[in-house]
Design a protein around this ligand. Structure first.
Ligand SMILES: [Zn+2]
Length: 373
């Protein structure tokens, strides 16, 4: 044993000299050396955790209390946020592909989100009953208070103009009729009117937006929830439809699109803007991400959006991501609250660029252009 120890000592000295002589000032050399004692790299993370007793029932990397923790705290099974009684309904299958198999994704404030392994759509289960959710929407001042601010209007105008340009570049058949489903303050339609659309129509269930439609010329607004909307009033042969931050609110997207398709012209363009569950920000913030919220009943990815729109009879012209949330990401990675803003100019994570984020479809929102076949 002594001999081995001595040998080991010699080796250490030798290694030290070797490292020194090879010049650890060089970054790649240091990395090379550091990697040699990085268990994750040598064995693979899972194997390393398993063979070092970190992973497995009752062990520290499992998402449960270790025997020592159980001496410190009681797991009573009670959660801090309890769902209110009688207003929820179960969701037994994927709302888009009908698959009953699913995987748990994340929870936020007492609500649970699952993901369909088939089409990758996420969905709330349980969700608020459709008959009860409108009471909550009609008092949803949180959204109305955001979308009527000057700063929000300014960025939204640019965003909507961008969407209209995408529609034009991907072969808009005409500029006669446009429909905005969930038109909010009516801003997209105002931009569409400027863009040259002759007939602009909007629908929205939130009565708090009604005052935004007063004194607006040339745009028709309907204050109604989407599912009970009478289609005849809207007419047909639309050249373009938009759903900006709306698809995630729809309870039965297949049924809804089957209805809306009757209004869409062949070759018409559908513009969809929806939160991206696979955004880098959402992957990091998980249960702290505000996209996980009572009114979002579905959670989309580029794959699920493509699957869904093809199923509904559209050709996918473009799916990309927009809005990097780079500042939020920098805050979060600097141990600050993601929205606090104190570290958003931190250069530590400069290699995470908007280019990298969007190239990998990890922006905060999915933007899609679809053509009706
Ligand atoms: Zn599915």
């Amino acid at each position: 044993m002594v001999r081995v120890g001595n040998e080991l000592g010699k080796n250490i000295k030798k290694d030290f000299r070797r490292n020194y002589s090879m010049g650890l000032k060089r970054e790649e050399e240091r990395l090379n050396e550091k990697n040699k004692f990085d268990g994750n790299l040598i064995f693979g993370a899972r194997k390393f955790h398993e063979i070092t007793n970190r992973l497995g029932s009752g062990k520290p990397m499992n998402l449960e209390l270790t025997p020592e923790w159980k001496l410190c705290v009681d797991d009573t099974g009670n959660e801090r946020y309890q769902r209110k009684k009688d207003i929820y309904e179960p969701v037994n299958e994927c709302p888009v592909c009908g698959n009953k198999e699913r995987r748990y994704l994340v929870s936020r404030f007492g609500l649970d989100i699952y993901r369909c392994p088939e089409c990758t759509l996420g969905y709330l289960d349980p969700r608020i009953k459709y008959g009860r959710i409108h009471e909550i929407y009609w008092s949803d001042e949180t959204s109305a208070n955001i979308f009527t601010t000057d700063a929000q209007i300014k960025v939204d105008e640019i965003k909507y103009d961008y969407g209209l340009r995408l529609a034009e570049e991907w072969g808009l058949s005409g500029k006669k009729k446009i429909l905005d489903i969930g038109c909010g303050t009516g801003l997209f339609l105002k931009r569409a009117q400027k863009f040259g659309f002759e007939e602009c129509v909007g629908i929205d269930p939130n009565k708090l937006y009604l005052k935004c439609y007063e004194n607006v010329k040339g745009i028709r607004f309907y204050s109604t929830d989407f599912e009970s909307l009478k289609l005849d009033e809207l007419g047909d042969d639309y050249d373009c439809m938009g759903m900006w931050s709306v698809l995630e609110h729809i309870y039965d997207p297949v049924k809804f699109f089957t209805r809306m398709n009757k209004l869409m012209k062949k070759g018409g363009i559908f513009l969809i803007f929806v939160p991206n569950t696979n955004a880098l920000s959402t992957r990091l913030f998980r249960g702290q991400s505000p996209i996980f919220v009572w009114k979002h009943v579905t959670y989309w990815t580029a794959d699920s959006l493509k699957f869904f729109m093809e199923k509904m009879g559209y050709k996918v012209e473009l799916i990309e991501t927009v809005i990097s949330e780079i500042g939020n990401i920098r805050n979060y990675l600097s141990w600050d609250h993601q929205y606090a803003g104190s570290h958003e100019n931190d250069t530590t994570f400069n290699s995470i660029t908007p280019e990298f984020i969007h190239k990998n479809l990890m922006g905060s929102r999915l933007m899609g252009v679809f053509k009706k076949l």
